[in-house]
Design a protein around this ligand. Structure first.
Ligand code: SAH
Length: 222
């Protein structure tokens, strides 16, 4: 696709699949309208970069559907000074969108080849406020905690305790959860106060989604 064509395709995606489906926050629309998704998909998939679908990125994983990326970013209520943790770097696309909204983003990926891919894509796209790290994201990234927002881009049986511990007071966590490895409910958890731990969090359901499984110590078995 020529440059003007990809720009038009991106604007159309934002209009038809993000704005038309109820995302009205101008900052989210601007972020979705500026991150070049074609830079985060395999070369052979570039023609489909602006379809509202997940696409394969290797290692059995996928780049998330654009509407869902926007929905999660919106639900995380990120403001410009925020420090954000993303679990599941994958292609780096979701982190690039979060990076437009936040001050700094840490994105953790369990598969080394995908962490490399995310790093390469983000570098090529000129994104400077994302740190890609390798590890089990169900344990969070304690050295940089607490986070104002945590966005988990893989589905687990429940919200990992480590992630709740690493959420700042007032912080939002958005994650697909449920007892099925491939179908989940998207939930938002807000940390209301420091303690006692049991009633320090509010939880609400935002809709049904389909994500790849979250694999790790506080996720699914490999
Ligand atoms: N945000 C990504 C979505 C990638 S799909 C994007 O925009 O492209 C989810 C990713 O989560 C996969 O790359 C998968 O390898 C990763 N993942 C699954 N379990 C994980 C865990 N415990 N820690 C870190 N990453 C994990």
């Amino acid at each position: 696709m020529r440059r003007s064509d990809t720009e038009r395709a991106r604007a159309r995606l934002v209009e038809r699949h993000v704005k038309a489906r109820g995302i009205t926050d101008e900052r989210i629309l601007a972020a979705m309208g500026s991150v070049k998704r074609e830079r985060y998909v395999p070369a052979a998939m570039e023609a489909f970069a602006y379809d509202d679908h997940p696409l394969p990125i290797g290692e059995g994983q996928t780049i998330s559907q654009p509407f869902i990326v926007a929905l999660m970013a919106d639900a995380a209520q990120i403001v410009s000074g925020d420090r954000v943790l993303e679990v599941g770097a994958g292609s780096g696309y979701g982190a690039a969108v979060l990076a437009q909204l936040a001050a700094e983003v840490w994105t953790i990926e369990r598969l080394e080849p995908l962490a490399e891919l995310a790093r390469k894509n983000l570098e090529r796209d000129g994104v400077e406020n994302v740190h890609v790290v390798v590890g089990d994201g169900t344990l969070g990234w304690p050295v940089e905690a607490p986070f104002d927002a945590i966005v988990v881009t893989a589905g687990g049986p429940e919200v990992p305790h480590a992630l709740l511990d690493q959420l700042a007071v007032g912080g939002r966590l958005v994650m697909p959860t449920g007892s099925d490895r491939h179908n989940q409910a998207l939930i938002r958890v807000v940390r209301l106060h420091d303690q006692p731990l049991e009633d320090a969090f509010s939880e609400e359901e935002l809709g049904l989604v389909r994500f790849v499984p979250l694999i790790g110590a506080q996720g699914w078995d490999h």
